[in-house]
Design a binder for this molecule. Structure first.
Ligand SMILES: *[C@@H]1O[C@H](CO)[C@@H](O)[C@H](O)[C@H]1NC(C)=O
Ligand SMILES: *[C@@H]1O[C@H](CO)[C@@H](O)[C@H](O)[C@H]1NC(C)=O
Ligand SMILES: *[C@@H]1O[C@H](CO)[C@@H](O)[C@H](O)[C@H]1NC(C)=O
Ligand SMILES: *[C@@H]1O[C@H](CO)[C@@H](O)[C@H](O)[C@H]1NC(C)=O
Ligand SMILES: *[C@@H]1O[C@H](CO)[C@@H](O)[C@H](O)[C@H]1NC(C)=O
Length: 304
């Protein structure tokens, strides 16, 4: 277990393994887990439709879809944070039926969406208090490739009033290139700040290489308005790659993990209901190591 403590003035890291090696002491205390989204080997796709699921069993997917149809368990090596939990990777897929009908809004025919949300996320729960760190690992599926001519949002944290997102994690070609002026390669993974900023602030970007795990963690100070990004590949320990930086983190809300695919089309269309989506869609993103931890005392898990 590694632990990073940071504040405005200093940043240092206590590597428990090194201490153990020198002093023979037991490994240091793990950070407190606030939501554990890692999936036991016994979990089946249909379990996601049950109210006992650790993810919201109703949201977000196509109007006439079930999670049993959407969720896959591909045969790939587990991500590094799944290994100690004996957890398995999960794939979230989208197809032509992935059209969401929000309460009180029109059918979102412009998007294709399937997103997992922690069942305990109610907008104001402990995952949006103090300082918390959101972990996820992801990789492409060679059998369900994305179309990088489109913009995708595999992860974001949406405010409780649904008006914006504190962070957005993107890949693919930006729908509005002026909104992401620093993005020049569609096949990159990007961590951007508050979505209502125009243009968007991209804090970190890295090539989205196929068939390896990309591990991310983002620490959000819910009142300090600080944002810190950590990243590594495969089994390498996470490294701080951006921040602590200012980001408007106000608004609480919910963590989304899955796929939202934007349409293509001219600037100025209403992407909710307009634009182009190809037919016979069969795309997916593989996730692992999803969990949220308490970082109010500076604790961030950097390796299993
Ligand atoms: C959960 O689902 C079961 C049946 O699958 C039902 O009996 C129970 O009332 C549900 N609980 C809640 C809180 O909705
Ligand atoms: C869902 O099914 C209903 C009833 O058949 C249909 O009216 C509606 O258009 C379908 N929604 C989608 C997104 O296909
Ligand atoms: C959210 O859940 C917490 C407990 O986890 C509870 O104290 C709070 O009242 C809930 N908020 C809403 C808006 O339901
Ligand atoms: C990828 O998306 C572009 C833009 O929408 C579209 O023209 C193209 O046909 C798509 N490619 C595939 C293989 O679906
Ligand atoms: C595209 O992004 C730029 C920069 O943020 C913004 O000024 C412009 O309004 C956006 N265009 C549209 C059509 O949303």
């Amino acid at each position: 277990m590694s632990c990073e403590r940071n504040n405005r003035w200093a940043l240092f890291c206590i590597v428990a393994g090194a201490i153990t090696g020198v002093l023979g002491a037991p490994s240091s205390k793990a950070c407190k887990i606030l939501f554990d989204g890692r999936l036991a080997l016994s979990v089946q796709p249909a379990d996601f439709d049950k109210n006992s699921s650790i993810y919201d069993h109703q949201f977000v997917h196509g109007e006439n879809q079930t999670w049993a149809e959407i969720i896959k368990f591909p045969v790939v090596a587990p991500s590094m944070f799944d290994i100690p939990k004996l957890a398995k990777p999960v794939e979230v897929t989208i197809n032509d039926q992935s059209i969401f009908l929000p309460g009180g809004g029109p059918l979102q025919t412009g998007f294709r969406r399937s997103e997992l949300i922690p069942a305990t996320n109610n907008g104001t729960d402990i995952t949006v208090q103090g300082t918390t760190t959101f972990h996820w690992s992801l990789r492409t599926d060679p059998f369900r490739p994305l179309n990088f001519s489109h913009e995708y949002h595999p992860v974001w944290h949406e405010t409780a009033d649904f008006s914006t997102s504190e962070i957005t994690f993107l890949t693919g070609k930006p729908f509005n290139q002026s909104f992401d002026p620093t993005v020049h390669n569609p096949k990159t993974l990007r961590l951007a700040g508050r979505q209502s900023n125009s243009p968007e602030t991209t804090f970190f970007q890295t090539p989205f290489d196929d068939d390896i795990w990309h591990n991310f963690a983002v620490t959000l100070g819910w009142t300090s308005n600080e944002l810190t990004v950590f990243y590594s590949k495969d089994n390498a320990p996470l490294q701080r790659v951006a921040g602590p930086s200012f980001n408007d983190n106000s608004g609480g809300g919910q963590f989304h993990v899955g796929l939202l695919k934007e349409p293509t089309g001219p600037l100025g269309i209403d992407v909710l209901t307009q634009g182009f989506q190809e037919s016979h869609l069969n795309e997916g993103m593989i996730f692992g190591g999803v969990f949220i931890e308490d970082s109010s005392d500076g604790c961030v898990t950097l390796s299993p």
